[in-house]
Structure formats: C-alpha cells, structure tokens
Design a protein around this ligand. Structure first.
Ligand SMILES: *Cc1c(COP(=O)(O)O)cnc(C)c1O
Length: 381
C-alpha cells in the first residue's frame, strides 16, 4: 500500500491486505487471549492479547497511516489513551492544558491526577498566553483541542508547535472533532495525536475506543509499556468494528459537513436563535484560521437558543430526528445540553467564563436527509 495515496483510498485499504492463507478480503477477528508458541519464547510476534493482537495491529496500521504517523496504539476508550499519556509524565512536571477541553479530560486532570500533577488551564487561542504558560511553568506537555468542545474555538497548531519546541514541551493534540480527514496535526508539528474512536472514526455509535499516534519510537515504546502494564488495550472485536467503520470516514465527514453548513445557515436566520457558533460561518472569530488549518469545518455546531433553561429543555424534548444524547460523530444526529450533560463536571465558574450557559445547545449533525434535519429543528424551535 503506497503511502502517498489519497486519504479516501487509505481509509479503505490501510491495514487491509488480503489474508495470505485464505484470501479473505476482510480482516479476521482474532478473538483469542493467547497464542501457541513453538518452543519457550519462540512465537510469531504475538504472545498475549493485552500486549498485542493481530486485529488490533491492523487497526493501528490503518490509523497511523491516516494521521501520517509512524506508530499508533489503540485502547478501550479515549479516556484510557489520555490516562496513559498523563501516566507517562515524570513526577513533579507540570501540564499546560486548553481551558475549553472535553469535560472528561478536565475531570481527569483536575480530580484524578490533580494531586500528582499541577495543570494550568489557558486559552490556547491566545498565543501570548501560550508562550507565557510555557515560559513560566516549563510544562512537560501542552494538551490542545482544536476546535474545542463545545465552544468550537480554533487554535493555531503550527505556531503552538513552534512555541512548544522552543520551550521543550511535548504537544499533544486531541483531533477527535475533525478526524484525520479534515485536520492532520502531525503534519503541523504535533508530537502525539489523540482520538476518541467512539466518535467520527468509528462513526456508528457502537464502539467505545481510543487511539494515539506518534512518530517517535521512544514515545511509542514508553506508551506501549504503560498500555501493556496497565491493561486498557482495545478488544479484538471492537478493533474489527472500527476497521469496518473507518472505511466510510471520508464520505461520512463530507456528508456531515455538507449538512452542518446548511444547519448553521438555517439556525443563523431563525428567530428563536440568539447566536450560532460554527467555524464555517464567516462571523466565527477564527474563521480564517479554520480555513487555513483544516480542509473542512466538520459536523459540530453549538448555538444559543433565545431564553434560558426552560427554552432549551423544551427544544431538547421536542426534537425527533435529533436524539438527545451525549457523544457525537455518529451517522445519526444528536443534540446535547453541555451544562447539564457533557460538561457538568467542569466547575461552574469555568463554565460561566467559557460561555457554557443554560441556553447553549450542542449539535452533532448527522448524515440524514437535510430536509428532515431542518424541519425537525424548525419544529422544535
Ligand atoms: C469523547 C471524547 C473524549 C473521550 O473519549 P471516550 O471514548 O468517550 O473515552 C476525548 N476527547 C474528546 C474531544 C471527545 O469528544
């Protein structure tokens, strides 16, 4: 498989050579915990499934290729990937983190690792604040999400990676919202890219999983050691499901975006909507950076409904095509109330500063027919 193929081809073929024994065009599910050895220590590269599994290897080859990285590790959830990366930080070193990251990441850094590592949350769209944080804290790593969740703020990966190199901090980018179809942080200087496979990459809301990609053999070895020692490795069956789901990633992302642009425009004109946040709209504060850094604007939209909790509750109870649920990135449209649902674990003061108020609604626009999506929104509003 040539490395210079287009990504629409890669999603279908990477990690997918036909089985040399049977010719099976689809990968086998190696649903096994262990592997027979010819004599002690003489095996075919596989000893135990917590350490390695052939189905998982195929998925990791595929995902590494999609992010233009050399290595990939997949785990049982996005959070377990994030946990392994935090576990790799030497004692006493600090963390610099974006102030508008996934609620679970904020909770992990504050409430689980808070006693072990000091985390400083900063606005990563502000390069001066980034440099100040790097200079003062000398952190081991900078944790970046762009676009952020749920405010969809965009940070300049290339410029931040240069600053990180200057101050010898690792740059980790959570690329869940864009997927490798629309944004490739390794090409912009990131050291590690993280994904919740649960979202766009699997895309069918039937797997929870995580992946991390890197070019450094040293970082890969360190994280594999932790994965093998701690044990959150992705299961063979879930690896297989993601290998199946990822084949349509390119066409799905394009369909998500096409619908999201129409939804953003529709909501912008609606009398019951106060404000729409979507990087593809010209009035988005980071629209030009989004256009430069990403090759698409994605399927996530946040908007403020006119009114307060009562109005957003009413809207969320009336939607029919959109389902009220946490998560995002599946083929079906989902709506979420960040303040009560996904971001409830973010401290109230921080939520207020960020703008996560009671009238904020987040949409994961699915790939259903756009007319059904728009009439559902219109009806509920
Ligand atoms: C969902 C999500 C995670 C966590 O992944 P899980 O698979 O739910 O553990 C991390 N980052 C982002 C941006 C997410 O949306």
């Amino acid at each position: 498989m040539k490395k210079n193929m287009h990504i629409e081809t890669k999603v279908i073929h990477l990690g997918g050579d036909a089985d040399p024994v049977t010719g099976s065009i689809m990968p086998a599910i190696h649903q096994t915990s262990t592997y027979v050895q010819k004599s002690p220590g003489k095996h075919q590269g596989y000893e135990y499934t917590r350490s390695h599994n052939p189905t998982r290897t195929r998925l990791e080859e595929c995902l590494a290729g999609l992010e233009n990285a050399k290595y990939c590790l997949t785990t049982a959830s996005g959070m377990s990937c994030i946990t392994l990366i935090i576990q790799s930080i030497p004692k006493g070193r600090k963390i610099l983190c974006g102030d508008d990251v996934y609620g679970g990441t904020n909770r992990l850094l504050s409430k689980v690792f808070g006693d072990h590592y000091e985390t400083n949350f900063i606005d990563t769209t502000d390069l001066k604040a980034v440099e100040k944080g790097l200079k003062e804290d000398r952190p081991y790593l900078l944790w970046l999400e762009t676009p952020t969740n749920p405010m969809l703020k965009i940070s300049d990966i290339k410029k931040i990676s240069k600053l990180c190199k200057k101050y010898k901090a690792l740059l980790v980018v959570d690329n869940t919202f864009m997927s490798p179809i629309f944004q490739r942080p390794m090409d912009l200087g990131a050291d590690i890219v993280v994904h919740s496979l649960t979202k766009y990459i699997n895309g069918h809301s039937d797997v929870v999983g995580g992946a991390m990609m890197m070019n450094s053999k040293k970082i890969y070895d360190e994280l594999w050691f932790l994965q093998n020692s701690i044990g959150p490795s992705q299961s063979p069956f879930d690896s297989w499901l993601v290998l199946r789901g990822v084949k349509t990633l390119a066409i799905r992302m394009k369909a998500h975006e096409e619908n999201a642009i129409k939804v953003a425009k529709f909501l912008s004109k609606h009398k019951s909507v106060e404000k729409v946040i979507y990087p593809g709209l010209k009035n988005h504060p980071h629209h030009s950076l989004a256009k430069k850094q990403m090759s698409g604007f994605g399927g996530m939209i946040s908007f403020y409904i006119k009114g307060g909790l009562k109005e957003s509750r009413k809207f969320l109870q009336k939607i029919k095509v959109f389902k009220l649920a946490e998560s995002l990135g599946g083929v079906e449209s989902l709506a979420n109330h960040p303040a009560i649902m996904t971001h409830a674990s973010v401290p109230l003061k921080m939520r207020k500063e960020l703008g996560i108020s009671d009238n904020l609604v987040r949409l994961s626009v699915g790939i259903e027919n756009i007319e059904d999506i728009l009439s559902d929104l219109d009806n509920a509003l």
